[in-house]
Design a protein around this ligand. Sequence first.
Ligand code: ADP
Ligand code: MG
Ligand code: ZN
Length: 623
Amino acid sequence: MPIKDSRPPRSRQVINLVFLIASGLLFLNVLLPGVFGSSTPKEPYSMFIHHVQEHEVARASVGQNEIRYQLKNEMGEPGEVYSTTPIFDLKLPDLLEENGVEFAAMPPAKNQWFLSLLSWVIPPLIFVAVWRFFLMRGAGGAQGALSIGKSKAKVYVEDEATRTTFDDVAGVEEAKTELVEIVDFLKTPKRFTDIGAKIPKGVLLVGPPGTGKTLLAKAVAGEAGVPFFSISGSEFIELFVGVGSSRVRDLFEQAKKQAPCIIFIDELDAIGKSRSSSGFYGGNDEREQTLNQLLTEMDGFNASENTIIVLAATNRPETLDPALLRPGRFDRQVLVDRPDLKGREAILEIHAQEVKLGDDVDLHAIAARTPGFAGADLANLVNEAALLAARNHRQAVSQADFSEAIERIVAGLEKKSRVLNEKEKRIVAYHEVGHALVGAVMPGGDQVAKISIVPRGMAALGYTLQLPTEDRFLRSEEELNGQIATLLGGRSAEEIVFGSITTGASNDLQRATDLAEQMVTTYGMSDVLGPLAYQRGQQNMFLDGGMPNPRRSVSDETAKAIDTEVKGIVEAAHQKALDVLHRNRDLLEEIAQRLLQDEVIEGEVLQTMLAKVQSVATQTAAA
Ligand code: ADP
Ligand code: MG
Ligand code: ZN
């Protein structure tokens, strides 16, 4: 598939080596002219004077540093040439004249100044050559020395037989829908520019590792039939400051020549980390320069003239510099999440085409057993199963092979990330439905838009997505109480259904407590403490011995009162959540079962279910 590799060919390295050797020889030549330079035999000055006095010298040319003279041969004709180094002697012209030597001053030797010039130029050249030589070898020989500032982008050009298309990607339907549009831009930019629309320059694919971001980027290129420059963010950064930015420049230059095309920057976070987050002492200059160059390049090209679309991937969008996400840069973000049950089955179908399947294989059952697997894990699963079958000399992959492969992979994954077993999956399902039910009846609560038990990111096992129905800037006390109850809904459901609680709710509790504390100390919502702000506005790191203390210095009594108030608010909310769930126990069961089956519930289906939630008469919060 890689058709053209932009790395320098081997011949470059050879040229480099020749260059190195040649300049080395020149250097020696300058330093030791006696070895490689003039071959005039030398004689001491006294010898020369002696020759003159003996009338043996035919002619001489006198220079400051050298006298060359020609001796007469036996027939008295000019013969061999010698040279000597003169001493300062004002009487020399007289002496030569007296002895009938034809003499002249030495012509300014062209050779001489040329050589002295070289002696200035060559040593630095040698230095550079040696440096390059070692660099070239240091880079494992694969990377030509001349390409230090060149981008290492690999270029893929479509090739009917092997090109990647959207058919190779499954389980990420939303992302696909968004990217189909990008393909349109690349294929028929005119349709958009004619009407005056601006073609987006940057699209950011966000999602956990192995969910198919790279694959999607390739598929976009494949569908549009344009070249695809692929480079990883970390490849921009090298030891030398300035290399990264020149690589970025080079990458865009190459791309402009091949437009329309796609530039794909994998691991964007390696260069795009927020500049402010790099800490107290300024941070990483090289990365900043590279990032700035990237921003400049993205602003610099006109997407309507050279249709270049920059796709980038990251699994840590929150660390990216906000400048990258501004309009005109990566202003489109496409979420590439772990697949749900249906998605996993579809991905398995794609990868199962590559192996011979036995009759007993049930891909749906396999998908059901692999929650939390990303696309790459599933591809790996199919391959592992095939390896097992081959090892056991079977002709086709059986369901048993898949089972064994799942166990192996899960064991590996459990160490790295999160794969839920059946029991955990049940707990998470009830927990999330608990949030949703309480959230549905709380005043001013945001609409519950999605419940999922597909693990997401590193922290969340499942999640309940609440979307605000309108922009809100003020929240009433009642609504804040409702939010706290919603946060506690997950834990309350665990209590009701399983009679015990797990560690899964720690983040919920943290947020609920923080919110309650804010109500008391910042918003003055407590009757006991009154409308006072106990929160320190500005934390001063230096005054409190480095430990920020968010609270104003308060008396012990007040501190105690704050704690009691906070506890009261949280406990009241907890009770409210329990009440709602007890009242709707059957619905909790119904939705949780449905969630266990489908893993994700959203849209119409969810709204119909949540419409059935019965609220309880709001009790006055027991303070
Ligand atoms: P990412 O870039 O998100 O880390 P990749 O695109 O590199 O993930 O995925 C690695 C491999 O896993 C792909 O080459 C493909 O074989 C498989 N894969 C991942 N996601 C999918 C998917 N959604 N559909 C089909 N195959 C997938
Ligand atoms: Mg990738
Ligand atoms: Zn929760």
